[in-house]
Design a protein around this ligand. Structure first.
Ligand code: F0G
Length: 467
């Protein structure tokens, strides 16, 4: 039987107007923003593909739920509703809400990591690694080699390389490894999934050595979709069943609910160990708020509880990933070098291959993101050397293999026509890549520099030469 097209499993009830700008206006705006798309004002952006974080359109049921906010300082009803949802879909015993993902990462790092520890993970994420380092830990990348190769077509590039993990245990000893940080649908690798077989095997290896496994569950639902569609034995399982099984192999999770869970703000730490939960519950009051709200308003917790339930719907996730594929396939057809297979939350352009005339120290991905904005008002994000920051030991720039521009698709926000306009702009730049100038950094913040760094074009003129 012919495979039928997907379409969005919703219709639009309210619209938000977008401002159309001219190339001249955008050239001024990107200059004022120091050629950093994080520093643009959103009113100057046409199609905002900066991130899929907190940019979701909530459903009418979620908006209605906002009116059920029980804004009590302690013991809000919404907390118990959220606890029930996390328990039902993720399975963990204890819930500690936080204002967003990095709040949970801070708590987990503080309660588990000691000075001199090593924290293995399947590729770094910016905030996750920083919290590990701030607690005296050293991040060790144990992702499979394919993840670092933008041309590899391996289906499960998020997988942990068990040999790398074993080698770390042999080298430093299990007692120096407080936990393994296991990310689902690995963001920095291009939204690439782990297989269930790998998650299970990693969990067995770690648990044999009494090393806990903590999931970064931020995009575990998207990972579940890939397991359902790609891995033997999962085609007939529901997304909810697959998500629950992933979590069952792990000891807890940190969660940025701003992604999978379809809300604009929120997150949590969830875990099974009573003693660790007690520590986290004590620490959350220092950094976030009481343990029954953790920085979220009651109404936010209510919307989140509903968002979790909506996130595991098959039609939702199929359309979500279908839209990402729709954009990716247009770029592949035009020969644009992107990370393949197409991942879950966005399209990652290989800026090093897109702009071969630019050396890495001129930040090709940063330059391409700025040029794309000037061309069409589409806002993307750098995920390359600027994001990777400096080595804390040597102070040298880190140059990861992947020098990427991320076109991140917000959930339930844009239409296929927005994807068409985006693809046309990327393809247009790809026809004359030499129009894009390299950049030099003229301001570098100490932490997570990509958010606030500023740049100038090396040609002293503009990042995108006129046609
Ligand atoms: N883990 C992953 C895999 C993430 O992608 C993010 C955020 C976090 C943790 C931190 O969560 O932002 O709620 O504090 N990623 C966003 C992005 C910022 O654009 O990729 P947060």
């Amino acid at each position: 039987m012919r495979i039928r097209s997907w379409a969005e499993p919703y219709k639009i009830k309210m619209v938000e107007h977008l401002k159309m700008t001219t190339p001249e206006e955008r050239a001024t705006a990107i200059q004022d923003a120091g050629h950093n798309t994080f520093l643009l004002r959103s009113r100057d952006v046409y199609i905002d593909l900066l991130t899929d974080s907190g940019t979701t359109a909530m459903s009418d049921r979620q908006w209605a739920a906002m009116m059920l906010g029980d804004e009590a300082y302690a013991g809000s009803e919404n907390y118990y509703k959220l606890e029930e949802a996390v328990h039902k879909y993720y399975g963990y015993k204890h819930l500690i809400p936080t204002h967003q993902g990095r709040g949970a990462e801070n708590l987990l790092s503080q309660i588990a990591i000691k000075q001199g520890d090593f924290v293995p993970g399947n590729m770094y994420f910016t905030t996750t690694r920083l919290h590990q380092e701030l607690c005296g830990g050293t991040f060790v990348d144990v992702i499979c080699d394919e993840a670092h190769d933008p041309t590899s077509l391996f289906e499960f590039k998020g997988n942990v390389d068990l040999n790398k993990m074993q080698a770390l245990i042999d080298k430093v000893g299990a007692d120096k490894i407080p936990y393994l940080s296991l990310e689902t649908n690995v963001n920095m690798a291009g939204g690439q999934p782990c297989s269930m077989a790998n998650i299970k095997a990693v969990s067995e290896l770690c648990h044999k050595h009494k090393i806990p496994v903590f999931l970064d569950a931020t995009r575990a639902v998207e990972n579940s979709y890939f397991i359902k569609t790609l891995e033997d034995g999962y085609a007939d399982k529901t997304i909810a069943e697959i998500l629950f099984e992933i979590c069952s192999y792990t000891d807890g999770c940190t969660m940025s609910a701003k992604k999978d869970s379809l809300v604009n703000i929120g997150g949590f730490l969830a875990l099974n160990d009573e003693k660790l939960a007690e520590k986290a519950r004590n620490l959350v009051v220092v950094y976030e708020g009481l343990h029954t709200y953790g920085g979220m308003a009651g109404r936010d917790m209510e919307a989140l509880a509903i968002g979790i339930g909506e996130s595991v719907g098959y039609d939702h996730i199929r359309a979500r990933i279908g839209q990402v594929e729709y954009l990716g396939e247009q770029l592949i057809e035009a020969g644009v070098p992107i990370i393949r297979p197409i991942g879950g939350h966005g399209i990652f352009i290989d800026a090093a291959r897109f702009l071969p005339h630019l050396p890495r120290d001129q930040f090709p991905a940063q330059a391409l993101a700025a040029a794309l904005y000037v061309d069409s008002g589409v806002r993307a994000m750098e995920r390359g050397a600027v994001s990777a920051g400096r080595d804390p030991e040597t102070g040298e720039n880190r140059y990861p293999n992947l020098e990427l521009v991320r076109l991140t698709i917000p959930r339930r926000v844009y239409t296929q026509a927005h994807m068409d306009v985006t693809a046309e702009s990327v393809v247009h730049l790809f026809e004359h890549p030499e129009r894009v100038s390299g950049l030099k950094m003229n301001y570098e913040p100490e932490y997570l520099r990509f958010f606030q760094a500023r740049f100038d074009p090396v040609n002293g003129k503009s990042v995108l030469a006129p046609e």
